[in-house]
Design a binder for this molecule. Structure first.
Ligand code: FUL
Length: 475
């Protein structure tokens, strides 16, 4: 039987790969759901849509990129092929694609335009390629379809520059001949590793995990060290086969476990892996554009709340903004994205901790609390192994109205903190608790009503082996 300390030591050996770390450091990136559905007003096409329906007459990917950057978004994942099988690039392997559409007289390539606009605007670019294909005649025929799918993956991963993520949906319904395909995921993964070794494979893949719902719901304790047994591709597929209705989205909140990584939950696991959470949700009720939803775009306030709980709660945020029939982001979406970005930029413009004195009640003699001023993984704060509590004090140069504290763990050395409390010193000499929680992970944001203080204290009250932090910000 392991002691608690020995057990914790096993857990903190589990750390992110560079490709996982790269995605986590992006924090906030976007989806663009765009295909024939945009023109047929559907969420799922059935694969029989004529190519002629796809006709965005004012497509301007630079407009998308500008709107995304205004929100503070760092990358974009395009639905290059959704379940209907229509390809947004001129694939050599199917006629069901842009080359037979009126878009740019059949000479257009949406993937190219979006990838180029991202490169120009400094956004990373990722691809969504649906394994479920309701158009392909070879779907359901085993290797024949896997060959087709791998040929398409090869086109996307060799012709459009660097790809930061390949996003695999688990949906596995019937194809045009009524058959289902058993996806050869291992083969797809191997091909991605070969062609784009730095790309993270998300959702039905080993690098990034689905948070468990599409509503923007988050867990109080979001862990990145999980049992290896969790969420096989089959389990994900089982969850995604259901109709994508509002009721389904609500239900998925319950159908996925709330606790995926506490010490209790990990007892008895055969092995562990780093498997960080990504929260995918849409700015509108649907994933695709519907004019009827123009007045139902999530407000900046709602988006900011989701951002706080995801980016400030150890999950990345993947926000979908569906282009409209013109091939533009709708004005309402653009407005709310800008308001969201303006708020975040303003709120976190000045880090009061930069000119503060940061001290800790203990350190290991090498990794002092000074390191916490710089937001980078180059340096970190750490006490000795076995010291699983710590008290860090941020003494500001004057009394300020403080509303936010940001804490980041040094996740290259795993996720360790189990419990913490944030306090502010009041004028009467007493400490006021302004925040408390369990996990921290890559980033935790505590927000609270303004408190006038010149000293903020972070008490780590439980941690695996010892807490290792990379940054503290006070705003
Ligand atoms: C789901 C799909 O069925 C939806 O259409 C959407 O693409 C979403 C991101 O994943 O499983």
């Amino acid at each position: 039987m392991y002691s608690q300390y020995e057990f914790d030591k096993q857990l903190v050996k589990v750390c992110p790969t560079p490709r996982q770390l790269a995605v986590e450091e992006m924090e906030f990136y976007a989806f663009a759901h765009f295909t024939v559905n945009t023109f047929t007003d559907k969420e799922w096409g059935d694969g029989t849509e004529p190519e002629s329906v796809f006709n965005p007459t004012e497509l301007d990917a630079d407009q998308w990129v500008d709107a995304l950057k205004a929100a503070g978004i760092k990358g974009l994942i395009l639905t290059c092929k959704h379940h209907d099988g229509f390809c947004l690039w001129p694939s050599a392997y199917t006629e069901h694609c842009v080359k037979n559409s009126p878009f740019r007289d059949g000479k257009g390539d949406v993937v190219r335009e979006v990838a180029d606009a991202c490169a120009k605007g400094g956004l990373k670019f990722g691809v969504y390629l649906s394994p479920w294909d309701r158009n392909s005649a070879v779907y359901g025929q085993g290797k024949a379809y896997d060959d087709y799918f791998c040929n398409q993956l090869t086109e996307l991963l060799t012709q459009y520059g660097e790809i930061f993520t390949v996003w695999f949906d688990g949906a596995c319904g019937e194809g045009p001949n009524g058959k289902r395909q058993v996806y050869d995921f291992e083969r797809y993964y191997a091909l991605i590793r070969k062609l784009q070794p730095d790309a993270a494979i998300a959702i039905c893949g080993p690098d990034i995990r689905w948070c468990g719902n599409e509503a923007g719901d988050t867990r109080e304790s979001e862990w990145s060290v999980l049992p290896t047994a969790f969420m096989t591709p089959e389990e994900v597929a089982a969850n995604s086969q259901q109709a994508d209705t509002a009721e389904f989205r609500e239900k998925t909140i319950d159908c996925m476990q709330r606790d995926l990584g506490s010490r209790e939950f990990l007892q008895g696991a055969k092995g562990y892996r780093w498997y960080p959470s990504e929260t995918d949700t849409s700015i509108r009720p649907g994933w695709f554009y519907h004019a009827s939803e123009d007045e139902r775009v999530r407000s900046a306030e709602t988006l900011i709340d989701i951002w706080y709980r995801t980016v400030g709660g150890n999950s990345t945020l993947l926000l979908n903004i569906p282009p409209d029939r013109r091939g533009l982001f709708h004005e309402n979406d653009v407005r709310n994205l800008r308001e969201m970005g303006d708020y975040i930029r303003k709120t976190f413009a000045v880090n009061l901790a930069e000119n503060a004195t940061i001290t800790a009640d203990r350190d290991d003699g090498y990794h002092t609390a000074d390191a916490l001023k710089v937001d980078s993984y180059d340096d970190y704060y750490k006490p000795f192994d076995g010291e699983n509590t710590a008290e860090i004090t941020v003494k500001l140069d004057k009394v300020c109205d403080v509303t936010h504290v940001v804490i980041k763990e040094h996740i290259p050395m795993s996720q360790r903190v189990e419990a913490y409390i944030v306090e502010a010193l009041l004028a009467d000499g007493t400490w006021k608790e302004v925040g408390k929680g369990t996990t921290i992970g890559y980033k935790k944001i505590e927000r609270f009503d303004a408190v006038a203080t010149d000293t903020v204290r972070i008490r780590i009250t439980d941690s695996r082996v010892c807490p290792i932090l990379s940054f503290i910000g006070v705003y």
